[in-house]
Design a protein around this ligand. Structure first.
Ligand SMILES: Cc1ncc(COP(=O)(O)O)c(C=O)c1O
Length: 380
């Protein structure tokens, strides 16, 4: 079956009990036992739940992995994934990752003995130089948030295999529709399902997809032990979103390309970051590695922070808000919003300037979005 069909038909659908076509929300904490030691497949919803199961199987199929797991948030998925390691282990992470990932890795996990190095993952030499005797994991994000840098997965996996490192990728920005990291040999995929997988700005959620029985067993154990799982209702919402993922992603991309092209020729714009533009340093790599360039566009304004404030105050259709990947277009200021948890020195070092605006291009009519940006960028 092709991606579009899998997105709609994976898992036990129609439902086993009554043939419900829309998978029921099994809003229950616990399940009746048939006899001592005998269940109907479920005992307690932290461990497993039928609504969650369909979502987990669907995400696993879409990523081409072994098993899927659904979490309360993207950060809950990341927290669970990093617990695959133990005190004393060292992780190399992209330096331009999501601000919340940086905060977890910089301010929380070192208290439990994990050690992190943040580097730009754009060359074999840089990555190999960062490897230490206790390095266990490469944590990748591509396209990265908010700079849309592209990591060469073939290169990263080759290095990881040579040095016996586990590879984890945050595939939130591309979604499995545009990027299937497991086909490149990545070991573990994490998602904030809050974004494109759900796609409607009405849930926070996360996911992990594994590639081996050992990882599957370990992640299931951690999810249950740490209690990081998603609620049945949230799973249902994400499932419903996934059913339209392919059509949404195609439209996100078409709109994003139109917006990026518009911004690129605008005199008030200093620089546009979109992997679909030929001017993007990762364009050729993204073309090779991904099926599409996605719906995220970042840009820097020539007028500095004052120009950013004016633009964000003037947008009318596009909403000034955190998050991304939903049907409605959103604009935000990484320095004070999504990446405020990253210290200013680090932001400046990696190129997240105060002049940067990040756009999640939604599914509105693209001409309306361009008109909205035009009136926001032009002096009154
Ligand atoms: C790339 C990326 N990964 C992970 C997360 C965290 O996800 P959540 O907000 O669902 O916890 C985000 C949130 O913005 C993100 O952009």
């Amino acid at each position: 079956m092709k991606f579009e069909t899998l997105a709609i038909h994976t898992g036990e659908r129609p439902d086993r009990a009554y043939g419900a076509v829309s998978i029921p929300i099994y809003q229950t904490s616990t399940f009746a036992f048939e006899d001592i030691g005998k269940t109907r497949g479920y005992d307690y919803s932290r461990t497993a739940n039928p609504t969650r199961k369909v979502l987990e199987e669907t995400i696993a199929r879409l990523e081409g992995g072994k098993a899927g797991f659904a979490f309360a948030t993207g950060m809950a998925a990341e927290t669970t994934a990093i617990h695959l390691l133990k005190a004393g282990d060292h992780i190399i992470c992209g330096d331009d990752c999501y601000g919340g990932t940086y905060r977890l890795f910089q301010d929380v996990m070192p208290n439990f003995g994990l050690e992190f190095t943040f580097i730009r993952m754009d060359s074999r030499q840089k990555i190999e130089k960062a490897i230490k005797p206790n390095t266990r994991m490469l944590w990748l994000e591509t396209p990265s948030n908010p700079l849309l840098n592209i990591v060469d997965l073939e290169m990263a996996v080759a290095i990881a295999k040579k040095h016996n490192l586990m590879t984890v990728i945050d595939n939130t920005f591309a979604s499995p529709y545009f990027l299937r990291p497991i086909e490149y040999g990545i070991d573990l995929v994490v998602h904030s399902t809050t974004k494109y997988l759900n796609g409607h700005c009405d849930v926070v959620g996360g996911a992990i997809v594994t590639t081996t029985d050992e990882l599957t067993e370990r992640v299931q154990f951690l999810l249950n032990a740490m209690g990081t799982c998603a609620s049945p209702f949230d799973c249902w919402l994400v499932l419903r979103g996934i059913e339209t993922l392919p059509v949404r992603m195609r439209q996100h991309e078409e709109n994003a390309l139109a917006v990026a092209n518009y911004l690129q020729q605008h005199p008030a714009v200093k620089r546009v970051f979109y992997p679909g533009l030929k001017s993007h340093p990762g364009h050729e790599l993204a073309k090779r590695q991904m099926k599409g360039f996605g719906g995220m566009v970042s840009f820097e304004l020539k007028g500095g922070i004052e120009a950013v404030k004016t633009c964000l105050r003037r947008i009318k259709i596009i909403v000034m808000a955190e998050s991304l990947g939903g049907i409605a277009s959103l604009a935000e200021h990484p320095a004070t919003m999504s990446h405020a948890s990253m210290p200013k020195e680090h932001r400046q070092k990696v190129g997240i300037s105060d002049d940067l605006v990040r756009l999640s291009v939604g599914l509105e009519n693209k001409d309306d979005l361009i008109d909205d940006l035009r009136q926001a960028l032009e002096p009154s």
